[in-house]
Design a protein around this ligand. Structure first.
Ligand code: ATP
Ligand code: MN
Length: 471
């Protein structure tokens, strides 16, 4: 039985007989010794294996190159080197898989370059750190909700309802070429589901129905948007966490959102110190000390966000701040602030967070025209009980709201916006309607923040973006 490197480093006792399996990261060799650094993915750290070259056949020695996989048995000893406390003195080595022409050499490859090898980049320090942290966050999400009595709900991926009314949908069909009417329109009645279907843009509507019986639920799954936004913050397939809570108002849902984000930050700080150290160092190496606009180092940024209450303003207040902002007056915004009613762009969101408040900001009460149909109308008749949580370096990380529970209001919007197939949804208001609220947290954007990575393609294992499905 082999032991994971993580366990050896934590619990291994010196002189114990051990077997490890993993991939060679580096090899150094001289007349007396071969040094191999082995990584098995269980943790950030490599294990150093020391062997005598004369014990290894020459052909085997030549095959011990970066990327090859090996099994080594030997004994754990205190290391003479300064980089590690223990190492393995190998007595027996088996080559499991050769790796001639392995493209990833033990030097730093650019992230762009690694995106052309997404299937291999798991074997680098950077992506090992990112995906172990992504796992830790996912685990902590379930933990957070379970502890608070939420039920994990699997909402459908194929749906007939359009939650955002946005039109950015991927059609789902089983037809090679959809039959068309004489007028040229597609006839969905001949398709698999006898009606138009698409990949879900949000599990929310289904989660609302479930919250009406289960009280508090959350969905956590893949979400699809066909918006053609080739930015560093948009994916065509991303992961969203969506809690929905019966009897919660807007304030309750803001409190829940802040508690969730801080719980997750705290969890990663406590459970992934080696990964964070590595990513922090990686960013410090790229740092330009001359540039005063450089953000705080990662290991200061995360505790800072954890320690300070999020700022809270209304959309109307946000717009006044932005109208008065230096970059607006100097024409530095790509989208100038034109007036009340305009949607906030990521540059505006980041200005509020990074320059004005210098901490995460929750913006509430947006104009109803720029928000989804299901958000609860405020008494002013102009705004809805919406909230967006804005994060440094990213902009919007969460979008949420109190839902419109009043049948007459909801019906009016549904009719005005021509949203179809929502009769079942209206039933939730017909029978025992109640105030309720929820939000959607983009997992990938949160991983972006926690890891300090800059492109969302680098925090999801296999990114899907316009024109691009690498594997
Ligand atoms: P944006 O305005 O940034 O495009 P949105 O307002 O369309 O986002 P929502 O519909 O409110 O997004 O979705 C909730 C959350 O899901 C967002 O706050 C964000 O974290 C995440 N999200 C939305 N679209 C994407 C996407 N294309 N790729 C990755 N994450 C996304
Ligand atoms: Mn939003």
């Amino acid at each position: 039985m082999h032991t994971k490197i993580k366990e050896l480093l934590q619990f291994g006792t010196v002189d114990a007989k051990v077997e490890i399996k993993g991939w060679i990261r580096t090899k150094r060799i001289n007349k007396q010794v071969v040094f191999l650094t082995i990584n098995d993915g269980s943790c950030q750290q490599n294990l150093q294996v020391v062997m005598t070259p004369s014990e290894l056949p020459k052909t085997l020695l030549n095959q011990l190159i970066t990327g090859a996989s090996v099994a080594v048995s030997g004994s754990l000893v205190a290391s003479k080197g300064t980089k590690q406390s223990v190492e393995v003195h190998g007595h027996h080595l088996t080559l499991l898989g050769n790796a001639p022409d392995y493209p990833l050499q033990p030097k730093a490859h650019s992230l762009e370059c690694l995106r052309t090898w997404v299937h291999l980049r798991f074997r680098t320090n950077t992506f090992g750190a990112v995906f172990r942290i992504r796992h830790a966050i996912s685990y902590a999400i379930h933990h957070f909700f379970h502890e608070r009595g939420f039920f994990y709900l699997h909402t459908p991926i194929i749906t007939a309802a359009d939650a955002e009314g946005s039109g950015a949908l991927f059609r789902v069909t089983s037809l090679d070429a959809p039959p068309t009417h004489p007028d040229g329109n597609v006839d969905p009645r001949e398709d698999f589901f006898n009606q138009p279907t698409h990949l879900t843009v949000s599990g929310q509507l289904a989660a609302e129905a479930a919250a009406m019986g289960l009280g508090a639920v959350y969905t956590f799954g893949p979400t699809f948007r066909a918006e053609n936004s080739n930015t560093s913050r948009h994916l065509a397939e991303f992961w969203m966490v969506e809690p929905e809570v019966a009897f919660n108002n807007l304030d309750d849902t803001i409190v829940l959102a802040e508690a969730l984000l801080k719980f997750l930050l705290d969890y990663v700080l406590k459970n992934c110190p080696a990964e964070l150290d590595f990513l922090n160092q990686r960013l410090l190496n790229d740092r330009n000390e001359q540039d005063s606009t450089e953000p705080m180092p990662l290991l200061e940024r995360l505790p800072f966000v954890l320690a300070h209450p999020f700022a809270r303003i209304t959309y109307t207040e946000a717009l006044a701040i932005l109208m008065d902002a230096e970059p607006n007056k100097k024409g530095k915004f790509v989208y100038p602030i034109t007036g009340w009613g305009m949607d906030l762009q990521s540059e505006h969101e980041r200005y509020l967070v990074e320059h004005h408040f210098k901490r995460p900001v929750v913006v509430t009460d947006y104009p109803k025209e720029i928000k989804a149909f299901y958000m609860r109308q405020n008494n002013d008749g102009q705004t809805v009980a919406a909230m967006d949580v804005l994060f440094p370096g990213i902009g919007e990380i969460i979008g949420g709201s109190q839902r419109e529970e009043r049948m007459d209001y909801l019906k009016a919007v549904v009719q005005r916006t021509y949203i179809q197939n929502l009769n079942w949804y209206l039933d939730t208001r017909r029978f025992g309607t109640i105030p309720h609220s929820g939000f959607g947290l983009g997992l990938d954007r949160f991983v972006l923040f926690v890891t300090g990575m800059e492109n969302i393609r680098d925090v999801i294992p296999f990114p899907r973006t316009p024109g691009h499905v690498p594997c």
